[in-house]
Design a protein around this ligand. Structure first.
Ligand code: PLP
Length: 426
């Protein structure tokens, strides 16, 4: 190859730092050798990885295109301008900021744009699927703000919109937040908008998990309802690890100032460029088909786990993830996580709504389809994964029979991923 690109040179890494080169190869082996069912993960494209591993990482570019605090930004300006234009077009947003380093950083900036320490924010309870940045006591959001939490209904396990309205009327929050990390269903953005309007609150959607499904037009968009939408770029959206903020034009200045200089310094321009690449990829019919398949696969996986005796919280999923209650089979989330791991299936233990068990030993697991769908798997593969996962989580690890069963499942997983490899070898 004769491109003038001066980028990822793995031979150089192996020569200069074999220890870290070994880690990079081991991680690639891990990705290739097993099933990744972590709902917040995906497998980025080689094009995204090339932008990430480029000399754009070197450039200091505090500020925004055309208004930088450093010279020499003409080139990186182009990447950010293209990225912003693609993002606005893809989501029909009036304003986009691609500089947040992560989803948590995007949330910090969004809070800062609209609230002062001590103000009240209303968001989903962490124990029921909300995020750390939605008012947890160990996070800035819970320490700097008066965080009030809404929950799901105990019967339906769906967001209790009546309770959201009651809490909003009682506490008069500055910001009302919709969006979660472990909620498998669609969110009624219109209902939230009406509640926010009634109490004069800013309506913020934390779309970290599902923004990729919105990009693929597989689920309804929050953009026309929300004042501000925060998101990650590395989950279903399949871009580089990072964050972004979409907003109405009237909030553009406040958002930009809250990202830089309020909460961040120089942007990661290699990551901004990689976000632009991801937006281009997400604008294609192929990506739209991918997101539709992601949902079909999550639904098929939830069904097959129910056939194994487990219970899908809320009865199923409309998105890329399912929350699985393991109590019907008498297994804890931590046991299921460890057993699956031994069978080369990676997932995470997760609390279920109204979980009677402690957080470190919750009653459930969360499973997601973004990575396996990127590998080309379809509903029939999900049915097989469900059967394998059923065998794995029921195997009594530590007993000879259980360990033999886990080894057998691991073999079957290897055969399955060999048919649909991650990062196939050229
Ligand atoms: C993943 C996630 C975040 C945080 O993203 P990071 O990039 O890990 O900081 C924020 N909010 C929600 C709802 C998420 O699911």
């Amino acid at each position: 190859m004769s491109t003038p690109f001066w980028g990822p040179d793995f031979d150089a890494l192996q020569q200069q730092d074999p220890e870290i080169a070994g880690v990079v190869l081991s991680e690639l082996d891990r990705l290739r050798g097993g099933l990744q069912l972590i709902a917040s993960e995906n497998l980025t494209s080689p094009a995204v990885l090339a932008a990430l591993g480029s000399t754009l990482s070197n450039k200091y570019a505090e500020g925004y295109p055309g208004r930088r605090y450093y010279g020499g930004c003409q080139v990186v300006d182009v990447a950010e301008e293209i990225g912003i234009a693609r993002t606005k077009e893809l989501f029909g947003a009036e304003h986009a900021n691609l500089q947040p380093h992560s989803g948590a950083s995007a949330n910090l900036a969004a809070y800062a744009a609209f609230a002062k320490p001590g103000d009240t924010v209303l968001a989903m309870d962490l124990k029921q699927g909300g995020h750390l940045t939605h008012g947890s006591k160990v996070n800035f959001s819970g320490q700097w703000f008066n965080a009030v939490s809404y929950t799901v209904r105990e019967d339906s396990e769906l967001i209790d919109y009546d309770q959201v309205r009651d809490l909003a009327r009682e506490h008069r929050p500055k910001i009302i937040i919709a969006g979660a990390t472990a909620y498998p269903r669609l969110i009624d953005f219109k209902a939230f908008r009406e509640i926010a309007d009634e109490v004069g609150a800013i309506f913020m959607v934390d779309a970290a998990h599902f923004i990729g499904l919105v990009a693929g037009k597989a689920i309804p968009s929050p953009v026309s309802y929300a004042d501000v939408v925060t998101a990650t770029t590395h989950k279903v959206l399949r871009g580089p690890r990072g964050g972004m903020i979409l907003s109405r034009a009237e909030h553009a200045k406040a958002i930009d100032k809250a990202v830089f200089p309020f909460s961040q310094g120089g942007p990661l321009m290699h990551s901004v460029a990689a976000k632009a690449v991801a937006m281009k990829e997400a604008s294609t019919p192929a990506y739209q088909a991918y997101t539709a398949q992601v949902i079909a696969n999550a639904q098929a996986l939830a069904k097959s786990l129910e056939a194994e005796g487990m219970r899908a919280v809320s009865g199923g999923t409309d998105t890329h993830l399912a929350l699985i209650d393991l109590r019907p089979i008498g297994v804890t989330g931590s046991e299921a996580e460890a057993r699956s791991d031994a069978a080369r299936i990676t997932l995470n233990k997760n609390a279920i709504p109204y979980d009677p068990a402690p957080p470190m030993k919750p009653s459930g697991i969360r499973v997601g389809s973004p990575s396996v769908t990127t590998q080309g798997m379809v509903e029939s593969d999900m049915a097989e994964i469900g059967r394998l996962l059923g065998r794995a989580v029921k195997a009594e690890q530590g007993t000879p029979a259980g360990d033999a069963e886990l080894a057998e499942v691991a073999e079957a997983v290897s055969a399955l991923v060999a048919r649909n490899p991650a990062y196939p070898r050229p």
